[in-house]
Design a protein around this ligand. Structure first.
Ligand code: AMP
Ligand code: ZN
Length: 499
């Protein structure tokens, strides 16, 4: 019997065994990105937390319903405090150099939403049951705002509709931001409207003729506030009360605090039982920022050439992002990435090794040790997603497989295959689960390298050594190492990386 599934709950400030509303059925929501650019590795570390909650719950036999949204309405966010123009992120992206290629903000949002899904698959994140988009749920958001107004918890001004914070006594319970002063500073920086009754009140609907997306509403043309989207979509697809709500630590306040106020006012009952927040990722000890030159998207690192990326295997990047527990400060470094590249290769090699021995005779000599490794990995995940301990346990199992290499029986090989499948289901670090043929789901380099290898084999067959060597050099420049054997040519990424 494994230990209970425990996660740290921001609401109570304690690690707690998950208490789920419908026994055996976990329902949870993860805040997705605003799609104004390619999501960065920090965003993905937050999405990985949700993915690992999903995998761990499934590993202990729970049914899961997992919803994560796409914010495709442009919003001002806390980051805009450093942007005196106060422009929304999507409008700004449209005016940028990258934005030149898009006819309008809708196309820009669609493009980056697709990019998100591709990168999602590249990192072997399981698909959610629903990935709702804010723009597809404006009607529901309008209805919720109408209900909040009718309940006396919201009011209209010339510029929009605001949630009245004093109407919700528990405001501040999640973030501990009870002092009116700090709330005032934080919220004021986002919405300035002299008609607001309380500086802490936040926008549910905004009227701004300059905004690029406009919908008709009972209050006039406008667009929904950011916070209302998540509580409405979570409740629509998961029910009025949910088990877990997740996001990065920056969302605790004001986003999640505001979500609680809206959702609980609408239903009169608690919204999410557990609030799980991922600490921010830093890169080489610094806040990730384009200004510091340490800002990375998945495609910056995984992209297929040395010019446009560093040629890192997608699962090595996934492993690197899991190298620290979600709740601890996390420093992403190229040293970690090198270690993870080696570890990812160990898993790939172990999988290739056991596959070759299944038709041998003999009894199983490693199954018990492998199940012990798996159980330790599962235990670590149940203990507040302790990913470093889980990865260490998985690597112990790989060591057992390599240790048996010279005497590997068919039964041991099958035990090895079973172990690696279990580890992959739990941690997603052995092989891609999706057979998707787009960039995601498969190694993005694979197609190109396979074609070049085919051409090189042809050249070698024709004894055109000059051409064969030229192709090898071309492949090498992509960061790929070739291994020729009597059975043919295989390849792998070179693991030595430099920042
Ligand atoms: P955004 O598009 O800014 O709303 O971000 C999408 C998700 O990524 C949110 O859950 C953020 O909290 C999270 N996030 C943003 N930056 C980081 C970071 N550096 N480390 C971890 N999570 C982050
Ligand atoms: Zn959200």
């Amino acid at each position: 019997m494994s230990r209970p599934f425990t996660l740290f709950n921001t609401l109570t400030g304690k690690a707690e065994p998950l208490s789920i509303i419908e026994p055996g059925h976990l329902r949870f929501y993860c805040c997705g990105p605003t799609v104004y650019s390619h999501a960065h590795i920090g965003n993905f570390r937050s999405f990985l937390t949700a993915d690992l909650i999903l995998r761990t719950a499934q590993a202990i036999g729970w049914k899961t319903t997992y919803v994560t949204n796409i914010t495709d309405v442009g919003h001002l966010t806390a980051d805009d405090t450093i942007d005196p123009s106060g422009e929304d992120r999507m409008a700004k992206a449209l005016r940028s150099k990258e934005g030149e290629g898009f006819a309008n903000v809708w196309d820009l949002a669609r493009y980056y939403a697709n990019s998100l899904i591709e990168d999602w698959r590249t990192l072997n994140l399981r698909e959610p049951d629903v990935r709702p988009r804010a723009t597809e749920h404006v009607r529901e958001q309008i209805r919720a705002v109408e209900q909040l107004v009718a309940a006396g918890a919201a009011y209209q001004t010339t510029n929009g509709v605001y949630f009245s914070v004093p109407s919700f006594a528990r405001y501040g319970a999640l973030s501990g931001n009870m002092a009116a002063n700090s709330l005032e500073t934080a919220v004021r920086s986002v919405v300035v409207d002299p008609e607001k009754r309380d500086p802490r009140d936040f926008a549910l609907w905004k009227m701004d003729p300059g905004h690029l997306m406009q919908w008709h509403s009972p209050w006039g043309w406008g667009f929904p506030g950011w916070h209302i989207e998540c509580s409405v979509m979570a409740q629509l697809y998961l029910g009025p009360q949910i088990d877990i709500h997740t996001g990065g630590e920056d969302l605790i306040f004001p986003h999640h605090e505001c979500e609680i106020a809206q959702a609980e006012t609408l239903t009169g009952s608690p919204f999410a039982r557990h609030w799980v927040h991922t600490r921010f990722l830093q890169v080489e000890g610094k806040k990730m920022s384009k200004r510091f030159g340490n800002f990375f998207t998945v495609r910056d690192l995984v992209a297929p050439s040395r010019d446009s990326g560093r040629g890192i295997a997608p699962l090595a990047l996934r492993l690197a992002l899991m190298a620290g527990q979600y709740r601890k400060p996390f420093n992403f470094t190229f040293a970690t990435l090198n270690d993870s590249a080696r570890h990812a290769q160990r898993f790939t090699d172990a999988a290739a090794l056991v596959k070759g021995y299944t038709d041998r005779n003999g009894s199983d000599t490693i199954g018990d040790r492998l199940s012990d490794s798996y159980n330790r990995a599962l235990d670590a995940m149940l203990d507040d997603l302790n990913t470093p301990a889980a990865i260490a346990a998985a690597l112990d199992g790989v060591k057992v497989i390599f240790g048996a290499r010279n005497t590997m029986s068919g039964a041991s090989a099958r035990a090895g295959i079973h172990f690696l499948e279990q580890i992959n289901a739990l941690l997603g670090i052995v092989s891609h689960e999706s057979e998707d043929t787009t960039r995601g789901g498969v190694d993005p380099l694979a197609e190109k390298v396979e074609v070049l290898i085919e051409e090189r084999t042809e050249a070698r067959r024709a004894k055109d050594w000059v051409r064969a060597d030229a192709i090898r050099d071309e492949i090498s420049a992509l960061g790929i190492e070739l291994m020729d054997s009597s059975a043919g040519t295989t390849w792998r990424r070179k693991t030595e990386l430099t920042s």
